[in-house]
Design a binder for this molecule. Structure first.
Ligand code: 3PG
Length: 309
């Protein structure tokens, strides 16, 4: 059996060594394709592969159909919108993610970005503090829960709204100290800083639009460490044009990056490359978990983290 690690954005070497160790200890062979830039490189590497580990790499139908022996794809991370799920399901290929493994890294970055933009990108001008600013978490999965915990240290009241959790569910999450919002409108209306934490699905695409953003205060701040497609970019630009103190910080480069930069140089920040999960710890956690999941699946049929049916 052959396992391929295919990462156009490579993991830390510690993580790669750990993955290799798990795969080879199970008696499988290990290959890696790191830092590749052409889809053809991935197509070539997949011809005789039984399992593969990827990150945000685009795994489309052509890639899936070019891998005749492929049985399992593990997305080392949370969001699997980069994998063509119907194409994998059609070929009876199991797709998994590694929930929670990189969430601490993303949660810490949320605060890094909040502070960076609220202190005007450290340009020495007068900025804002986080203390007492109301934080809104849109969705309440692994990352949001960690963000909520850290908020206590900053003395920020936290509100959360999740379309998939009921009020009672959220109340049970009392240990996180969050106040339940009953709708996304209520979340945006009652908070100063909104941080997005939902996956990209058909239901969440373009969910952050003008009407919703308009409920935020004039000096609101939107943080996006999730996916660019959640936001209607032209609506966000309109809000930022109308509100001279509104800020946006993102770890996913928008399509209209150049327009954001030229219109709002001091109120907009994007990391040059998605960096939320790019820590040694997160790489190691997600990468090694992926390797274990592959071994458990190939040896025992354990499909506990399967995301396709
Ligand atoms: C995730 O969905 O796990 C994060 O967006 C991290 O993505 P990455 O592996 O491409 O850094």
């Amino acid at each position: 059996m052959k396992v391929l690690l295919a990462t156009s954005k490579p993991f830390a070497s510690q993580a790669v060594n750990g993955i290799q160790n798990v795969i080879e200890s199970a008696g499988y062979s290990f290959e890696k394709l790191e830092n590749y830039s052409e889809k053809s490189q991935l197509l070539d590497a997949l011809v005789d592969v039984d399992a593969m580990i990827v990150r945000s790499d685009i795994i489309d139908a052509e890639i899936i159909n070019n891998a005749p022996k492929l049985k399992i794809i593990v997305r080392a991370g949370a969001g699997y919108d980069n994998v063509n799920i119907p194409a994998a399901t059609e070929r009876d290929i199991c797709v998994m993610n590694t929930p929670g493994q990189n969430s601490n890294a993303v949660a810490e970055l949320v605060y890094g970005m909040m502070i960076y933009i609220q202190r005007n990108q450290f340009d020495g001008s007068v900025g804002r503090e986080l203390k007492n600013r109301r934080l809104g978490l849109y969705a309440f999965g692994n990352v949001a829960k960690k963000v909520a915990r850290i908020a206590r240290g900053f003395n920020m009241p936290v509100y959360a709204f999740s379309p998939t959790l009921t009020h009672d569910d959220l109340r049970k999450e009392g240990e996180y100290g969050v106040i339940t919002a009953y709708s996304n409108r209520e979340l945006f209306e009652n908070t100063d800083i909104v941080s997005l934490h939902m996956p990209l699905l058909e239901e969440t695409r373009n969910i952050v639009n003008y009407n919703l953003l308009a409920y935020m205060p004039q000096d609101g701040l939107l943080i996006n460490t999730a996916r660019k497609e959640l936001i209607v970019e032209e609506d966000l630009i309109r809000i930022m044009e109308e509100r001279p103190s509104f800020q946006y910080a993102t770890d996913v480069i928008p399509d209209r990056h150049e327009e954001f930069i030229s219109k709002f140089p001091r109120r907009y920040f994007s990391t040059p490359k998605k960096t939320g999960a790019q820590t040694t710890e997160a790489n190691r956690n997600a990468g090694i978990a992926s390797a274990h999941q592959i071994v458990a699946f190939l040896k025992n049929g354990d499909d506990r983290y399967k995301v396709n049916s």
